[in-house]
Design a protein around this ligand. Structure first.
Ligand code: FAD
Length: 382
């Protein structure tokens, strides 16, 4: 039996990579710092590209059953008048999967159970790595493990990245975010849509994630934080106060929004970074986890083509970097556009977005949802 591939981090990226490797017959050990597999945040939307990967892994129906189909994405102004409306059914037809909104805890449970808890070592916080005949992984609990192949799936503040790669820059967006889940059933018209309302320097999004649960997020420019409480900040947005009032305050999760300035190296032969460790993005396109899932898929496709393990990580980097970085950069810009505060700027933005041809938006979605490039290009490189 070959030595297990070590994966640092049992988040969505680490667990999906581990499941992919295990299904291909490669033993894996996931080292996770938390004492249990805990969801980071509240809900999540798994876009079509991620759901295609989960279909390949055989867990599409479990995820659909635990979550809720999302067939449209609407951006509105603060009075909920449409600025941009996208119908996702055309992609459902083309790719045979839905976008699914789900509680993060449910998703992580499905992934961990499918992988098997025997492959996950909890309470293992990596603190240091030594390179000598492979890697010596030193953990906070003073234990050391050895491996020949290492995957850093340890998020935006990755220790694997800090220890083995050139210094990188975490960028603060100047925006802060609250996330929560409340017990509620949205009106029928909104039940299968993701809605984001844009106001002055603030926005509010919500989506049904289960028959009785709504996930919401509120993002504001940082200078507004502390001036007023959440309900006051969003009091001009009709219909959302009910969502905020239905959410137990002690379950609301607050964070600053950050990303990783694109880096030019994600691998060094026997080690690679995936997910937020490699390309953490702002949440404005809802693609951070989806891109981590696409990373796992790419590594799996390369292994399927029997690419030697020593070449898998460099081919993975070649295949994935362009798309992931395009998303990081586009998402960063979108976050700025969403938070305009000048009334004239807001009026102009909304007018331009309303007038934009839908075909442009659908083309952009197509480039995000299409994962066929991985198969095509990995065939050429084998
Ligand atoms: C407000 C918000 C909303 C979002 N919404 C969406 C969305 O709708 N759709 C989407 O696709 N993405 C979304 N994202 C992005 C998504 O959450 C991340 O991109 C995704 O969670 C990254 O997964 P990951 O596994 O790479 O990293 P993480 O989720 O950060 O997981 C890293 C794991 O590594 C562990 N770890 C960290 N350090 C160590 C260490 N030293 N040793 C051992 N273990 C360690 C952590 O405990 C954690 O379990 C959102 C992000 C935010 C902030």
């Amino acid at each position: 039996m070959p030595e297990p591939i070590a994966i640092i981090g049992g988040g969505i990226g680490g667990l999906t990579t581990a499941l992919t490797l295990k299904q291909l017959g490669h033993p894996v050990s996931v080292y996770e710092s938390a004492s249990e597999i805990k969801p980071v945040g509240a809900g999540i939307v798994l876009a079509n590209n991620a759901m295609q990967v989960f279909r390949n892994l055989g867990i599409q129906s479990q995820i659909e059953a635990a979550g809720n189909r999302v067939s449209s994405m609407n951006i509105t102004d603060e009075w909920f008048r449409t600025i941009s409306a996208l119908d996702l059914t055309r992609f459902e037809g083309k790719y045979g999967v839905y976008n699914v909104a789900i509680h993060r805890g449910e998703l992580q449970k499905i992934l961990a159970e499918e992988l098997g808890f025997e492959s996950i070592k909890l309470s293992k916080r990596l603190s240091k790595i030594e390179r000598s005949e492979g890697f010596a992984l030193h953990f906070d609990d003073t234990t050391t493990e050895r491996c020949q192949f290492l995957v850093g799936a340890d998020g935006i503040n990755s220790v694997v990245r800090t220890e083995l790669f050139k210094p990188s820059e975490i960028r603060d967006t100047g925006q802060a975010c609250w996330r929560g889940i409340c017990e509620m059933e949205l009106p029928l018209d909104d039940r299968h849509g993701a809605i984001e309302a844009w106001g002055k320097g603030r926005r509010f999004g919500y989506v049904q994630i289960a028959p009785d649960k709504v996930y919401w997020y509120a993002v504001v420019s940082e200078h507004l934080v502390g001036q007023k409480n959440l309900s006051e900040l969003f009091k001009s947005f009709p219909q959302i106060l009910n969502i905020l009032e239905s959410t137990p305050p002690d379950t609301i999760f607050f964070s600053q929004l950050k990303d990783l300035k694109p880096i030019s190296k994600w691998q060094d032969k026997t080690v690679c970074l995936i997910g937020d460790a490699a390309h953490a993005t702002t949440p404005n396109m809802g693609q951070g986890a989806c891109q981590a899932i696409e990373d796992a898929y790419t590594i799996g496709q390369l292994l399927r083509k029997e690419t030697p393990m020593e070449e898998v990580f460099s081919d993975y980097e070649k295949l994935r970097m362009k798309k992931a970085h395009r998303i990081v950069n586009t998402s960063w810009t979108l976050g700025k556009v969403a938070h305009l505060e000048n009334p004239l700027g807001i009026w102009l933005r909304n007018m331009l977005m309303r007038a934009a041809p839908k075909s442009t938006n659908y083309k952009q979605l197509e480039t995000i949802f299409d994962i066929g490039y991985v198969k095509k290009k990995s065939s050429r490189s084998s």
